[in-house]
Design a protein around this ligand. Structure first.
Ligand code: NAI
Ligand code: MG
Length: 354
């Protein structure tokens, strides 16, 4: 198989973890006989420095002509005081919108040997394995108006969704649930929000098309609590943009480190974007201690979702699991046993098992 991949290293630890993902990808290419053609592009702070904008037009063009995009992370203190249109994070929102990446899939899986690394009790998190399906291009983060009024004494943000936008993410979630344990939890605030009432109606309507999937509705506040008191009660969770943002960060606690969580952002037919759930970790950048696993597992998601290379994706996921089960981990995972490795040595351990 011959594929074009756009590589957006970004800022902070972005370049370091991307180098590791590329090594893993090359191993997969060599082992399974595929050619992955990599092209570099600019995004975030690096793009601001080189091109004067967080998302150069050339990056969007390259993304659209690629088969998939791999992204490290963006941002850092260097650009924190910039005006809002010259903030690295603008590049992220921009590329999500430009590629219409409406579906964000975030798998959260706790590893047995790492349960120590979570502040939650072992018996609570053991066996947790869930998927959060988050709407990514609508809702409060994109609704207009979003502004201060009356000399700054009034403020308004807009939660805007069309039925089409809700339906496509809900369908995606049903399809994802079908590939897992066929249980879907729809999260909303239907006791208060009109948008959530419509969301719930659409979930009910769509559930008729997926009779094999069991559906439950949970209010977002209750879900936030249940996620850390009984995470194994969940399998696939679907929710709108802001609720998904918050719940997926909360769920990361189950794995012991943000550095373990991959994500996929998908469009209806076009190119998908794959990135770790964490940010650019400027506090540890350049030290070769960052956890490369979120980036490596994101690469596995690319193989599965964009290229339909299931065996190859599984090979990476199993290799990660074996390296962890052999007691290897990076510094972000506070575990009492095992061996703490650098970014590159952790990757070596993973590559050994592919
Ligand atoms: P962060 O996720 O970068 O870091 C939070 C904490 O987790 C830090 O202590 C960091 O060292 C640690 N951490 C994160 N990823 C790690 C990894 N792979 N290995 C080891 N430790 C890791 O979030 P923070 O500090 O709030 O933001 C830093 C910058 O990243 C900011 O400029 C922020 O805007 C940006 N950001 C970018 C995102 C993206 O590119 N998707 C998402 C979130 C934040
Ligand atoms: Mg977040």
């Amino acid at each position: 198989m011959d594929k074009q991949i756009l590589i957006l290293r970004g800022d902070g630890i972005g370049p370091e973890i991307m180098d590791q993902a590329i090594r893993v990808l090359q191993t997969i290419g060599d082992t399974f006989g595929h050619s992955f053609h990599l092209t570099d592009g600019l995004i975030g702070g690096a793009a601001i420095d080189e091109a004067g904008t967080p998302l150069p037009e050339a990056t969007i063009e390259k993304a659209k002509s690629s088969d998939a995009v791999l992204l490290g992370a963006v941002g850092g203190p260097k650009w924190d005081q910039n005006p809002s249109d010259l903030r690295p994070e603008r590049g992220l929102l921009g590329i999500r919108k430009a590629l219409d990446l409406y579906a964000n899939l975030r798998p959260v899986k706790g590893f047995k040997t790492l349960t120590d690394a979570s502040p939650l009790k072992r018996e609570v998190i053991e066996g947790s394995d869930l998927l959060i399906v988050r709407e990514l291009t609508g809702g409060l983060y994109f609704g207009r108006p979003s502004e201060r009024r009356e000399d700054g004494h009034v403020v308004v943000d807009t939660l805007h969704y069309t039925k089409t936008e809700m339906t496509r993410i809900i369908k995606k979630a049903f399809e994802s649930a079908q590939l897992r344990s066929k249980k879907l939890t729809s999260v909303d605030k239907a006791n208060v929000l009109e948008s959530s009432k419509m969301w719930r109606e659409i979930v009910e309507e769509e559930s008729k098309n997926y009779p094999d999937v069991t559906v439950e509705h949970v209010l977002v506040d209750a879900c936030a609590m249940k996620l850390i008191t009984s995470p194994t009660a969940f399998d696939t969770i679907v929710t709108e943009n802001m609720f998904g943002d918050i719940l997926s960060d909360e769920a990361s606690v189950l794995t012991g480190s943000l550095g373990m969580l991959p994500s996929a952002s998908l469009s209806e037919s076009g190119v998908g974007l794959y990135e770790p759930a964490h940010g650019s970790a400027p506090d540890i950048a350049g030290e070769n201690i960052a956890n490369p696993i979120a980036m490596i597992l994101s690469t596995a998601m690319m193989l599965r979702h964009s290229f339909h290379l299931d065996a190859e994706a599984t090979a990476i996921e199993c290799a990660v699991e074996q390296a962890i089960n052999n007691g290897y981990h990076t510094k972000d995972l506070q575990v009492s046993i095992g061996t703490c490795l650098s970014t590159t040595d952790m990757t070596n351990q993973i590559i050994k098992h592919i």
